[in-house]
Design a protein around this ligand. Structure first.
Ligand code: CP
Length: 342
């Protein structure tokens, strides 16, 4: 019997496979219920979900806000720039107070909000989780993005059926701006746990967190999947069933931070890898059949991937965004209520 009531969700790596599969099943049932025009049970009736945003969002805010409302709860959007947090208020004080006001707390802190310094966002999320007794949900930090990973696995399973032994290429892609690693790292973790053959492709100097790599290798060993790293774009794409093309910043940039390293200097290095831009011909000529293109969005069109491929027949990006909505709804339901919504 899976019981996730009151649990934090900082990364998929901290939930068992059984807990992840259970939440995915709830998400699929919620999707079915809402798509047939019904509403789930209001299991968050008169419960508050405080969404603390240090960093901007198009999807995550909208999805959590709508999901909380559909479950009968109240989503409180806290834009940190309108609070006293930036003036030096201690995280533990905020967490302790919001713990008394709310039934669940979501936190997003990454990229510009932490000057791209790797580890800073995760440290803040852990402080929220260590202080608050209510569940703390990571809505994306520098290191992890658990509800994104969960939703993406729903999409990949829907597309491929049994994902064991299927090749999933997570590839660095060209960009005009630096981006963090959280979606990449979460994807590597969950895909290796579900037994996929994961290929991580990136130019030299763009390594992920060594602890994530170590965990991915261990996951693959335990799940019967595999994990490899290559440094060639086309080699990475060969025979892939799914590809996720996305930029992430260099290891050095993320170590010292944007202010010290310089954004212009960082972006300059990307010029060498302009050919790491996914186009339809890569899908047609290199990937397995059928092949699917995913992206957590926002996608940098014309940089990470062309319009042709993002709008093309292999693209699953809008289904993925939809599945992510239900993954977030399910996460709220299983952590903030003892009752099932469907
Ligand atoms: N994928 C994702 O987290 O999107 P947002 O940054 O818009 O929330």
């Amino acid at each position: 019997m899976v019981d996730l009531y009151g649990r934090d969700f900082i990364t998929t790596q901290e939930w068992t496979i059984e807990e992840l599969e259970y939440t995915m099943e709830v998400a699929r049932k919620l999707r079915e219920t809402v798509k047939r025009g019904d509403r789930p049970k209001p299991v968050l009736d008169r419960r508050n979900f405080f969404m603390v945003f240090y960093a901007p969002s198009t999807r995550t805010r909208g999805a959590f806000e709508a999901a909380t409302a559909i479950l009968g709860g109240h989503p409180a959007f806290i834009d940190v720039s309108t609070t006293r947090i930036k003036a030096g208020e201690a995280v533990k004080d905020v967490a302790a107070m919001y713990d008394s006001y709310a039934d669940g707390i979501g936190v997003r802190i990454l990229d510009k909000a932490i000057d791209f310094v790797y580890g800073e966002g995760h440290r803040v999320i852990r402080e929220f989780a260590d202080t608050a007794k209510v569940p703390v949900i990571n809505m994306a930090c520098c290191t992890y993005h658990p509800t994104q990973g969960l939703g993406d696995m729903i999409t990949i399973q829907d597309l491929l059926g049994d994902v064991k032994g299927k090749k999933y290429t997570i590839t660095w892609a060209y960009s005009n701006q630096p981006r963090g690693r959280c979606s990449i790292q979460e994807e590597v973790l969950i895909a290796t746990r579900f037994g996929m053959d994961v290929t991580l492709a990136h130019p030299e100097g763009f390594d992920l967190d060594p602890q994530i790599i170590e965990a991915a290798r261990k996951n693959a060993k335990e799940s019967g999947g595999s994990f490899e790293i290559v440094h060639d774009f086309e080699e990475g794409l060969k025979d892939a069933n799914v590809v996720f093309p996305r930029n992430w910043a260099s290891s050095e940039f993320l170590r010292v931070g944007a202010s010290k390293f310089g954004v212009e200097r960082e972006v300059q290095t990307y010029q060498r890898y302009k050919h790491w831009c996914l186009d339809q011909h890569h899908v047609n000529d290199l990937m397995a059949k059928p092949a699917y293109v995913t992206h957590v969005l926002p996608v940098l069109r014309g940089y990470e991937a062309t319009d042709a491929v993002m709008d093309g027949p292999n693209s699953a990006i809008y289904k993925q965004a939809d599945d992510n909505f239900y993954a977030k709804m399910a996460t709220l339901a299983v952590t903030m209520s003892k009752e099932l919504p469907v």
